[in-house]
Design a protein around this ligand. Sequence first.
Ligand code: B12
Ligand code: SF4
Ligand code: SF4
Length: 336
Amino acid sequence: MGVDRDFIQKAIEREGLLFLGVVPLEVEEDFRRYQEWLAQGRQAGMQFLEKYQELRLDPRKLLDNARSAILVALPYDLGAEMPPPRVAQYARFCDYHQVLWERGERIALALGLQKSRVVVDSAPVLERALAASSERGFIGKNTCFIHPDHGSFLLLGEILTTESLHLDSRTSPRSFEKKSKEGGCGPCKQCQVACPTGALDKDYQIDARRCLAYWTIENRGPIPEEFWPHLAEYYFGCDLCQTSCPYNVSRGRKLPSDLEIKEIPSLFEVATMTETQYQKFFGGTPLTRAKRNGLRRNALIAMKVTRDPRLSEALILADKDAESPIRETLEAIRKL
Ligand code: B12
Ligand code: SF4
Ligand code: SF4
């Protein structure tokens, strides 16, 4: 088909996104790694990662006769960080799934793709594996996809298509000198040193059972007390293995200019928010992944470990509406 790469790149850049490449839908080697990872129990309680293995192995099954994926990324390095306790950077603007779906569909339209499907981590796809098979980046020891020039503060999306497009070649000379067969980390281990819980205990592998992003976003129950002190830094998600990476030299805000950075309410407001306030503060943002009770749980713990002067007031209010995991968290705070 006559869609050339320049045309694809321009259509993607018009939407404020980064073009990562066009790749075949083949991830066998990464699938084997993913299965080894599961076999070690490193997925913690994320049972959704164990499902739909046949789709993860063969993403062509996500769209009939799909041949390739056009890879896009939403850059989101926000420059100046919030003071701690903070939320991870990707959570400070509207839900990236929505942004990438909308823009991905507009790109597919502009390119005149006959049949396409935009996928953003909602479908069972090994997204980092696909991105790393492009000529434009690699998976780092922190397990993030890193672009040598843009770092890893990138959210990934794929436009699956049935068109036969000119593909990135795995064997052609790399367009970025820092990407090598071994990956671009070389002997660096800064992310592993910076991870406060030892979750990056093996190169290129994470143990979600020790990752703060898992405990504060995905886990629906109480958070084990050994992790509490770290919520003084991030109480939703965690960026420490990225902010420590030499590829993430921040040159100021990189988020597309039409996306707004949202105000995050105080810990007291989060810990005591009603359902209506929850919708007002966080509706349409990635923070809703933790749900209202998960966010209240996290904020109460952060108040406890930072000795917030309004903790006692927050505990009284939280007590009035304390389902799990708030009830368990309140009991644990009172015992300490
Ligand atoms: C489950 C999940 C999590 C889990 C588990 C993370 C993990 N590393 O698996 C938790 C909740 C911990 C998490 C945290 C975060 N996540 Co998350 N997450 C996912 C999700 C939904 C699935 C990931 C998955 O399949 N994991 C299974 C493992 C085995 O696969 P993998 O992480 O891709 O790992 C690869 C490498 O480790 C490599 N590998 C393994 N062993 C070896 C050995 C060698 C030698 C080599 C070279 C490679 C290698 O192969 C694996 C397969 O390709 C993806 C979206 C998606 N569908 O892919 C987003 C995704 C990975 N998350 C994302 C983000 C932004 C985050 C956070 C930064 C959010 C935050 N600030 O808190 C953190 C980062 C933590 C970290 N260091 O990974 C982005 C990452 C973008 C990027 N530039 O890489 C993704 C791609 C979502 C998106 N669409 O943008 N996440
Ligand atoms: S997100 Fe935080 S806790 Fe998880 S691996 Fe990275 S530094 Fe460690
Ligand atoms: S901090 Fe160093 S080892 Fe970790 S991902 Fe970045 S370059 Fe690789």
